[in-house]
Design a protein around this ligand. Sequence first.
Ligand code: MG
Length: 632
Amino acid sequence: MQRLISIVASSIMVLALFGVCAVQSAGAAAPLARITVEAGEHTRVDTPVCVSLDGVALGFPDAEYVLREVGSSSRRLYSAQVAQVEAGSPARLWFVLSGETAAGAKRTFELTEAPLRKLPPGRGPSKSALPISVRKHEDYYEIWYAGQVRVLRYNHAIVPPPEGQDKLYERSGFIHPLWSPKGTVLTNIHPADHIHHLGIWMPWTHTEFEGKPVDFWNLKGGQGTVRFVKFLSTTDGPIYGGFEAEQEHVVLKTDSGEKVVLNEVWDVRVYNVGGVSKGYWLWDFKSTQRCVADSALRQVKYRYGGFGFRGAAEWDEENSVYLTSEGKNRKDGHTTRARWCDTSGEIDGWEGVTFYSHPENFEHPEPMRIWPSGQVFFNFCPSQATDWEMRPGEDHVFRYRLYVHEGKIEVADAERIWHDYAEPPKVTIEAVSPKEAIMLFDGKDLSKHWTAGKDKNDEEKKIGWDVEGGVATIAPKSGSIWTKRDFTDFKMHIEFKIPQMPPNVKGQGRGNSGVYIQRRYELQILDSYGQPARKNEGASIYKFKEPDKNVSRPPGEWQSYDIIFHAARFEGQKKVKDARITLWHNGVLVHDDEKVPNKTGAGRQEGPDPGPILLQNHGNAVSFRNIWIVPL
Ligand code: MG
């Protein structure tokens, strides 16, 4: 067994470093889910894909997962790779559809949890071993490929302008350098012709706010600027790594001084495809912008502004070219629209970047600003087409994919990547509960594993909850239910849905229920959508600890708890070790191996005996489905 574990362990290391290889299926864990990928109308090559995990029970959302292809030619040998879970509502599973998948082809995979990760629970893999990682510096964060080469740098500290230039040019919140796989710098900042150009950046140019013009692009005017605020997350992973950074677009002069008009979040992620040997990177840029002022930011029709790219200092008219998806070039590309635009040039060999605008972007296919002569500047600019407005509270999302490549672009490659981005393969997932799991509620019958206690005559009471359409719903006044079996250590999955309560119902009356572990410790269930994380709100360890983050969904939506529980340890009647609870709420870790020193609220006293799982009836019609438990 030890040998098998070490073989599996080293396979995972290899998989993590190189993405894909073949391993024997012998000894593989039972699958958690079956995944089918349909290529659709287009041939796919090393395509990053994802699928929603809504309703899929993984049990260890931040564990390491392995995907094995169900091969058609050999039943014994599978190709396998690591998959990655993206926390969120719902969580998503990411993997690379590796190799070539012909148009029309269908591939099937089984998802298993890497055995290494089972114990101790809740601990992620070693970050340094992950293919795409974020390295944090005081002034900037960099995304690295395979721990060896840099892909890009995001500058979060203020970068001063060149000496002698106005202080107004200082700026944070942009990408520079963007490197090619062989290490060439493909961006430029502060060029003498346009000091305000900053690698890859996204300010607006011709806008109006409170009746006055504001230019966030041409910093010298002193009307507006964009600033980094904070990082919301960083991710190291086997499939992608990156960061989310919050920025603000600031009007520098209003009647009441500076004012933030736009709050912006950059989501930048680099995929584990291509690399140095294959001579390309693939990464996604997403900017979500919201007007946070009392009045709208008005965008006035103009020839540039938005997602901008200032090309390498060495690129000029002689040694660089443009090509758009519509066959336009440097001379005739400006003001045309395209799905993608490539620009490339020669420094030490030929290298370039293809920019893709997502079909859901405003004004897609977006008009572009392409400099007709001189150095390389490129900009997707929706404002070229029309006046438009960013109204208070509205989100505007701009998505771009960047294909950084060696050599000149092949149209076939550019189009293939376009199809991957715009019309990705169809991925479906079907959950399989773990083999060793006890299905506490499979949608049919509560009475097999649950009890509502005994009546006066010591007869088993009938459970009064409603069971319909695969869902059990609390009938008020019918009492709580608990498992017939007692548990010590376990992992458990449960899905629940809180009913929409009338607005006059407040606080603890809003869809209250709870999962009482061993009938002692309550994980609160409550409508806490949009509330601050509190000790008595949803996902709290009731009145003991609030969740690290409130990720509650609105009433009427299914939510999940994935729980790992280690019971308190006793020597005789004396407690020697506290109980420990790990909880993922909707796939997000909110209690990390938390020591719980005492029973909560109305729970029963602690003691050396195991206990059942109780689902609390607090008089609200909370629904449940897909409940399973694995004793550890
Ligand atoms: Mg409760």
